[in-house]
Design a protein around this ligand. Sequence first.
Ligand SMILES: NC(=O)c1ccc[n+]([C@@H]2O[C@H](COP(=O)([O-])OP(=O)(O)OC[C@H]3O[C@@H](n4cnc5c(N)ncnc54)[C@H](OP(=O)(O)O)[C@@H]3O)[C@@H](O)[C@H]2O)c1
Length: 136
Amino acid sequence: MKIAIIGTGNIGGNLTRRLTKLGHDVSIANSRGPHTLTDLAEETGAKPLEVTEVAHGAELVIVTIPQKNIPDLPDGILDQTAPGAAIIDTGNYYPRQRDGLIAEIEGGLPESRWVEQFLKHPVNKAFNGISAVNLL
Ligand SMILES: NC(=O)c1ccc[n+]([C@@H]2O[C@H](COP(=O)([O-])OP(=O)(O)OC[C@H]3O[C@@H](n4cnc5c(N)ncnc54)[C@H](OP(=O)(O)O)[C@@H]3O)[C@@H](O)[C@H]2O)c1
């Protein structure tokens, strides 16, 4: 399967390791550009791309970045996914430790519904209830 992973930290890095080992065609992106992903690319065989391009043609896109950074993702990053692509959001909202208060979520909007507003695509929440170390 052609898989794009946006965010290559604890969760995104280990999903890259796991999914490449299973034989999937994995592309990866972070906020700083593909030149910062050479180590993970060499280790796993995943293809580093700009975040604006990583989801092109992907059948599955995994968005795994801090909740507070979701609004920073470029507009239209999912516009050229494969038809019927599934989008996974691994995020957990940490209002005190990391993300600050997000008014709409505080008002009762489920986290993934908030994420969908920025991605302009329905998302499924997954991998958010497991520690990154257990994904290997
Ligand atoms: N760690 C866990 O065990 C765990 C478990 C369940 C759920 N989660 C949730 O999963 C999400 C990811 O957690 P994590 O621990 O993997 O985070 P992390 O280690 O802090 O990694 C965050 C990643 O997101 C990238 N990123 C940030 N802003 C970006 C942007 N605007 N565009 C593209 N990439 C961007 C970062 O790239 P740069 O470094 O280039 O900025 C980095 O690769 C969070 O919502 C977290 O709460 C984590």
